[in-house]
Structure formats: C-alpha cells, structure tokens
Design a protein around this ligand. Structure first.
Ligand SMILES: *Cc1c(COP(=O)(O)O)cnc(C)c1O
Length: 348
C-alpha cells in the first residue's frame, strides 16, 4: 500500500486466476483450457498477418470478426460486441449495465470474477444459493434486482440450465438485464442466442478461450439487442479503442469459419468427459452432471485439498476452491485421453 494509490484501490480484492506453472511436463487440468489446440486455419491466418502491417493500428470496430460471428449465430453485426477475452466483455457489462440501486443477483457458487467486478465498480450484489443438488432455482431470481448474471453451464459445477428455464428467468425480470455467460455452452448446452431477438433484456456472452482453444489470443463476445451493445461500445470507446489486435482479428475470424475443426475437437472433449466420469465413478467419486469441458467431483473419504496437493506431487494439477459448500470438491478440466489416463494412474 502507498500514499500514491487512489482510495478505492486500497479496498480492491482482485481475482486469483488458476496457476500457470512454469514447470514442463505437467498434466495441466486446472484452468479449463482446450487440450486440442486452435484450428490450423486460424494459425495459418495469423502467420499470414504477421508482418509489416503490425505497425498499423487494427480496425477499431473489428468488422471482419463481427461479420463472422453474426453470420455464425444468424444475427446482425450490430447485435455483436467484441472484447479482449470475455472477461473484458463482462467488465464492461458490469460497468455499463449493472450499476443501479437494487442489487445484482448471481449464484452463490459461480464464476468468482463476478464479485470482483462488483468491488471494482461499486455494484451492490446478492448471492443466491444454488439448491442442494447445486442447481440454479429460477424462482429464486424473481425478486427486485439490478440485473442477473450466471454462467451456463455453471462454473465450477458444470451443471447446465435448460433453455426453457433460461427463458423463464429472462421473462420474469423484464426490467433488468439478464446475462448468460456461455463460456462452456459448446460442450453440452443450448445457446440462449436463439432468444435475443425476442428479449431486449437478454445478453449472451461467449469466449474463444474454451471451445475454440484460443485462451492465449484473448477474444470474447456478447450478443444481444443493439441498445445493450451500444452501451458496451460507449464504454469500450472510452477505455481502449483497440481491444482486438490484428492477429486476434484474423485468427478469431478464421476460427469461426473452421466449423470442421470446431466440431471434431469439441466432440473429442465430450467423449473423453464421459469416459473420465465413468472411470472416476468406478473409483468411488461423486461427479456432478457436467455439460462443460471440466467436471466437479468429490470423494466421500478423501479430503479434496489433500488430494489436490498429492496429485500435484505426481505432476497432475487440478483446481481446488477453499470456499464454503465446495471445499470438498475438485474441478478437473478434461484433457486428452492420455492426460485423463495420467490422472487416473496418479489417483491409483
Ligand atoms: C473462462 C471463463 C470466462 C472468461 O474467458 P476469457 O478467457 O476471458 O474469454 C468467462 N466466464 C466463465 C464462467 C469462464 O469460465
């Protein structure tokens, strides 16, 4: 702490990302990265862009990518907002759409960046408990609020909310914005983007970090009514005009166009997930039903913190959250079949 800091900085409680270890040969199953790597066409597009052009600023509106995203989801480009990772998109959403008198609502167990943004922007919030099965109860959100946000599938549980339940939630709060954070939707859920034309208070965010294996490129997006998008554009253009750099612009566009790679890798992750679930259940683990590229598991007789520490000694890293209700769970990202087998062997 220093006298030079603005007052509010003294109160900030920053997000703590999962470890990115510098040690080689670790089986890294702790931050939900995709084990299969980006589309070769995306890599090729970025190689072609890598040259003298980098002296020029990128297109501030990222029109090429907006067009590709709009076409992919069957919406208009003016319904699309882009940011430097969906974390940045979420930051602008909190800042621009959630700061009102009533509290923002989100599940008690969900993405731990949400309370951090509330702290950064001074947004009051209430955490709404998941039920005993770790599911979102739509009825619990039918109360005065300044907005609602939840990941679907939820993180770190992996549990998905059906599209009709999402719609019921959006309908029940017509006077506030409902944000569905679909970072993991491609691994098992139905996207709510299909509903944005009917509900002007619905905003859906997605990222290229998980299902398109581009966590290192930092590209995220939101789709919703043009009035919501305009608020985000205003903030973006008051903050950083160029959040999507030249490499990210062409790489992300090519990734959206490579449907074959997307399908093949996403299916491989889903198939491995089902195999790993069965193997862990055989070993006595309880596994929450997952529609994501990770699973949330607990063992009835093994302490989760200890288990994580011992797996680490054997070169396998998974995520453990020292939080109420979930302290006995481990979140395990789905790796390649070889990585998943290494986890099973380490457990043995
Ligand atoms: C990974 C993740 C994000 C952020 O992804 P970016 O890499 O910033 O695009 C957002 N929400 C949830 C729930 C996530 O798990």
């Amino acid at each position: 702490m220093s006298k030079f800091w603005s007052d509010f900085v003294k109160e900030l409680v920053p997000y703590v990302p999962g470890e990115q270890p510098k040690i080689a040969n670790l089986v890294k199953l702790n931050t939900n990265e995709n084990p299969y790597g980006p589309s070769p066409k995306a890599l090729e597009a970025m190689r072609a862009e890598l040259g003298d052009n980098l002296r020029l600023y990128p297109d501030p509106n990222s029109d090429l990518l907006k067009q590709a995203v709009a076409e992919y989801y069957g919406v208009q480009p003016r319904q699309v907002f882009l940011g430097n990772g969906s974390d940045e998109v979420l930051a602008h959403i909190f800042h621009g759409l959630f700061k009102h008198d009533q509290p923002l609502l989100f599940p008690d167990i969900s993405y731990s960046f949400y309370p951090v943004y509330c702290g950064l922007y001074g947004i009051p919030f209430e955490a709404v408990p998941l039920d005993e099965q770790f599911q979102i109860c739509v009825e619990d959100y039918a109360r005065p609020n300044a907005g609602i946000i939840f990941p679907n599938p939820n993180a770190p549980t992996g549990c998905v909310l059906a599209l009709d339940a999402v719609e019921a939630l959006v309908k029940a709060s017509p006077d506030s914005v409902v944000v569905v954070d679909e970072a993991y939707i491609d691994f098992g859920g139905q996207t709510a983007i299909a509903l944005v034309d009917r509900y002007p208070n619905l905003l859906v965010t997605q990222t290229l970090s998980k299902s398109r294996s581009l966590a290192g490129l930092r590209v995220g997006l939101a789709v919703g009514h043009p009035d919501l998008i305009e608020a985000l554009e205003r903030i973006k253009n008051s903050f950083n005009s160029y959040p999507i750099d030249r490499l990210a612009l062409v790489g992300a566009t090519a990734a959206f166009e490579d449907q074959a790679w997307f399908e093949q890798t996403r299916q491989a992750v889903i198939t491995s997930r089902e195999q790993l679930v069965a193997q862990l259940q055989d070993r006595g683990f309880e596994v929450l039903p997952s529609a994501a590229n990770f699973i949330f598991v607990r063992h009835p007789h093994q302490d989760a913190g200890e288990l994580a520490a011992r797996l680490r000694e054997k070169g396998v890293i998974v995520r453990h959250f020292k939080q109420p209700r979930i302290a006995q769970f481990l979140r395990i990202s789905i790796g390649t079949p070889e990585q998943n087998q290494a986890l099973i062997d380490a457990l043995g």
